[in-house]
Design a protein around this ligand. Structure first.
Ligand code: 5AD
Ligand code: SF4
Length: 460
């Protein structure tokens, strides 16, 4: 009889893509390892890393350094670094960390069980091969109560924005066959799941290179038609590839949430060109206006980089103007960070750190104001919330999300986790809202027709 399974601890940094990859690691290792959330009892300690900015990379290095003591106490424990920093650094990580056993890039995930078996103490293993094609995915088994999930629909990126390390660490773009995606979502819904987020670096170009003839809006239509789906989301979209057909989907598909993350990066045409983004500020703003015509309640979020090489005060001012005009509901903003291999890292005109910091502060002040305004506009409304669990700030409260993605806290029974409830929004805070339950009970699913998301039938 096989002995008890060993334990794996997985620490994840970075984006939702990495969260999905970490889930896949656990799944692939499931025959031999059970996940634990106590690092000190792990037989295998995996760090899934992010290389997008230097700060993210530094966090990984500092965690790795601190694991030396744990390894001394548990010499048989294996330590592996996976993901984007692993891909970027390869063997160099082994040289910097003598206690490290395994280095594997994003494509090494599919070979993880075999890599772990090879990495016995004293034999170090590196796998940073970038393979071709979308890999076969392991079968997922939904535990009861799983109500939202991430589904990877493509990997890699062919855009080569000049600041971005992703094409180098995640390789070329490959789409996953639609029947696999539909089958995975169908299984999830059969187990009672409610919300699906489709993931890819650039979902708008989904389908390119596949043998079947399918576009991203067509994939959305097929998934929206699956019985039982309450909420459909996707990330991330490239503004250049946001087609009229995709915009129209926000007016047509009942499950598609009224939220779009559309990273603009800068409001200056000169900088957008230097970033190789492939659109102008005018084109971006036209797309925003079109989205709002099709779906007036849509909430928009974005990413912005300040202090890209050569960015002048006038360029930055253009970013502030665009942000005010687009009236984003949420935004993530960053100081430009030079990344290895990228074209921008070699550009002249580096913006000094203190100027970057000062611009970031000014931008964030404006963004915070916009987020607060957006929350205030929701006051008094009754809205559907998918309950995610207890609130991080106050364990007596529950928290959930609106279809438009804002976080709402409210008092209620813990059994509501994973259910859809109707709340009246009573308080607006800078980054969240408060609400009170309108009904005593949670909503049955499927929702009664009158509570369903309004059928949106506006065309482009
Ligand atoms: N420096 C700063 N921010 C970056 N991003 C990507 N690369 C860099 C970089 N080199 C930001 C972009 C992207 C988000 C995920 O991270 O805004 O949309
Ligand atoms: Fe995700 Fe990009 Fe960070 Fe890799 S580098 S984890 S793809 S954000």
């Amino acid at each position: 009889m096989a002995g008890p399974k060993r334990k794996v601890y997985i620490k994840t940094f970075g984006c939702q893509m990495n969260v999905a990859d970490s889930e896949q690691m656990a799944l692939l290792l499931a025959d031999e390892y059970v996940p634990t959330d106590r690092a000190e009892e792990a037989d295998l300690y995996l760090i899934n890393t992010c290389a997008i900015r230097r700060k993210a990379e530094e966090k990984v290095r500092s965690l790795l350094g601190s694991l030396q003591t744990l390894k001394q106490r548990r010499p048989r424990m294996l330590i592996g670094v996976g993901g984007c920093v692993a891909q970027q650094e390869g063997e160099r990580l082994l040289a910097a960390a003598p206690h490290l056993d395994l280095v594997f890039g994003p494509h090494g995930v599919r070979r993880l069980p075999e890599l772990v078996r090879k990495a016995v103490p004293g034999r170090r293993v590196v796998d940073i091969e970038l393979s071709r094609g979308f890999p076969a995915q392991p079968q997922r088994h939904w535990v009861s109560g799983a109500f939202k999930t991430l589904v990877t629909i493509m990997q890699g990126c062919d855009n080569f924005c000049t600041y971005c390390v992703v094409p180098y660490v995640r390789g070329r773009e490959y789409s996953r066959p639609s029947r696999e995606i539909v089958a995975e979502v169908t299984d999830f819904l059969a187990a009672g799941g409610k919300e699906v987020t489709l993931l890819g670096q650039n979902v708008n170009s989904y389908g390119r290179g596949l043998a079947e003839d399918i576009s991203f809006p067509e994939l959305l239509r097929r998934i929206d038609a699956l019985p039982g789906l309450a909420r459909l989301r996707f990330a991330t979209s490239h503004p250049r590839d946001l087609s009229k057909e995709l915009t129209a989907a926000f007016g047509e598909l009942p499950s598609l949430c009224e939220h779009l993350h559309l990273p603009v990066q800068s409001g200056s045409d000169r900088i957008l060109e230097a970033m190789n983004r492939g659109y102008t500020r005018k084109e971006y703003l036209e797309k925003v206006a079109q989205l709002r015509r099709v779906c007036p309640d849509i909430s928009l979020s974005t990413d912005i980089i300040v202090g890209f090489p050569g960015e002048t005060e006038a360029d930055f001012q253009q970013t502030l103007d665009l942000v005010a005009e687009a009236a984003f509901d949420q935004a993530f903003s960053f100081k430009y960070s030079p990344r290895p291999q990228t074209r921008a890292a070699a550009l002249p005109g580096r913006v000094p750190g203190e100027v970057q910091a000062e611009r970031l502060t000014r931008l964030q002040t404006l963004l915070n104001e916009l987020t607060f305004n957006a929350n205030q506009r929701l006051l008094g409304k009754v809205a559907e919330v998918l309950v995610e669990g207890t609130s991080k700030r106050s364990p007596e409260e529950l928290c959930g999300r609106l279809r438009t993605n804002q976080v709402v806290n409210f008092s209620g029974s813990r059994e509501l986790a994973g259910r859809l409830v109707r709340l009246q929004l009573t308080e607006a805070h800078p980054h969240s809202l408060k609400g009170t339950q309108v009904d005593d009970s949670s909503l049955p699913w499927p929702l009664a027709a009158d509570l369903q998301a309004p059928q949106r039938r506006v065309t482009c």
